[in-house]
Design a binder for this molecule. Structure first.
Ligand code: ZN
Length: 150
């Protein structure tokens, strides 16, 4: 399987259809992921996208059942903060149905993918999710150290 190392062709395909920049970026990154990523757990060649609005996951593997949520950011991941609905994520943690997180950073003009990292769901704990209407996951503390350690 050949992996497309840029998002540029997706940018060309979807740019005219989306006025909202954040929606455009979500569509570009999700379509790249669907077309190019294999399951990092069982190496199945394709990952499926949820067509409906799943509360906490974007993708799933139909072989091993793992679920994934992709967050993307232009240029550097840096002190990335991911937000979503706090209560839904906490519910998912208690039900043991929290997805694996994937963080992607891409070049200024969608010309490259800088990072694509996975945080396996078994490393999460409640303390990682800052309470509020939205949750936040801090990958790095103020001193630049990773909050989630492998
Ligand atoms: Zn799998």
């Amino acid at each position: 399987m050949k992996i497309d190392s840029t998002l540029y062709s997706y940018y060309l395909e979807y740019n005219a259809a989306y006025k909202s920049k954040s929606q455009l970026i979500r569509v570009i990154s999700e379509n790249w992921f669907k077309d190019n990523m294999f399951c990092p757990f069982c190496t199945r060649e394709r990952i499926n996208i949820y067509n409906n609005n799943h509360p906490v996951a974007d993708f799933f593997c139909d072989f091993c059942g793992e679920e994934f949520q992709l967050k993307s950011k232009r240029q550097k991941l840096g002190n990335i903060v991911v937000d979503g609905e706090y209560n839904k994520m906490i519910d998912a943690i208690y039900k043991n149905s929290v997805p694996n997180f994937l963080f992607m950073s891409y070049g200024l003009n969608f010309d490259c993918i800088n990072d694509l990292i996975i945080i396996p769901r078994n490393l999460y704990c409640l303390e990682l999710f800052k309470k509020g209407s939205l949750y936040h996951i801090l990958l790095r503390g103020q001193d630049g150290q990773a909050v989630i350690l492998f």
